[in-house]
Write a protein that binds this ligand. Structure first.
Ligand SMILES: Nc1ncnc2c1ncn2[C@@H]1O[C@H](COP(=O)(O)OP(=O)(O)OP(=O)(O)O)[C@@H](O)[C@H]1O
Ligand SMILES: [Mg+2]
Length: 122
C-alpha cells in the first residue's frame, strides 16, 4: 500500500550555529514510511534531529537530499495533509513526560496510571 508519508534517505545540513564557516549535518540518511492510520513516535536524545525530520515531513524545511512523498505524490511546499503542533506550544516544561499527556493524566483508572502510581510517578 502507498504510504501516507514516505521520507526516503533524507539529509538535512545547516550552516553551523557555532561557526558560520562550517556545515552541520543534523539528519543523515533517514528513511521513514508511515502507513495511513499508523501511529508513529520519533524518539531520541535532544538534538538528534527529531524536529528537523518533522519539519521536513510538514514541508516547512526542504531536505538537503532525499525525497518526501505524501500518499505517493512528491511533496512540493507545505504538506496540506499534515497537522503540526510545534514543540514550544505543545510542551509544558513544568510537567514531566507522563503528566504532559492529557489522556494519561485524566484517565484515573487506566493501567498506565496504576503502573505510574506503582512506580511512584504522577
Ligand atoms: N536552522 C538550523 N541551523 C543550524 N542548526 C540547526 C538548525 N535547526 C536545527 N539545527 C541543529 O540540528 C540539530 C537537531 O535539531 P532538532 O531541533 O531537530 O533536534 P531535536 O531532536 O528535535 O531536539 P529536542 O529533543 O531538543 O527537541 C541540533 O544540533 C540543532 O542545533
Ligand atoms: Mg525537537
Amino acid at each position: 500500500m502507498t504510504p501516507a508519508l514516505a521520507l526516503e534517505d533524507i539529509d538535512c545540513t545547516f550552516t553551523s550555529r557555532e561557526d558560520a564557516s562550517l556545515r552541520y549535518t543534523a539528519v543523515r540518511g533517514a528513511t521513514l514510511r508511515v502507513a495511513k492510520g499508523e501511529f508513529v513516535s520519533v524518539v531520541g536524545p535532544t538534538g538528534c534531529g527529531k524536529s528537523t525530520l518533522l519539519n521536513v515531513a510538514a514541508g516547512l524545511l526542504r531536505p538537503s537530499a532525499g525525497s518526501v512523498a505524501v500518499f505517493g505524490k512528491p511533496l512540493a511546499g507545505i504538506n496540506s495533509r499534515a497537522g503540526y503542533m510545534f514543540q514550544a506550544e505543545a510542551l509544558m516544561p513544568w510537567r514531566n513526560t507522563s503528566r504532559t499527556s492529557p489522556r494519561a493524566s485524566s484517565s484515573a483508572a487506566s493501567p498506565a496510571r496504576r503502573r505510574r502510581r506503582g512506580a511512584g510517578i504522577g
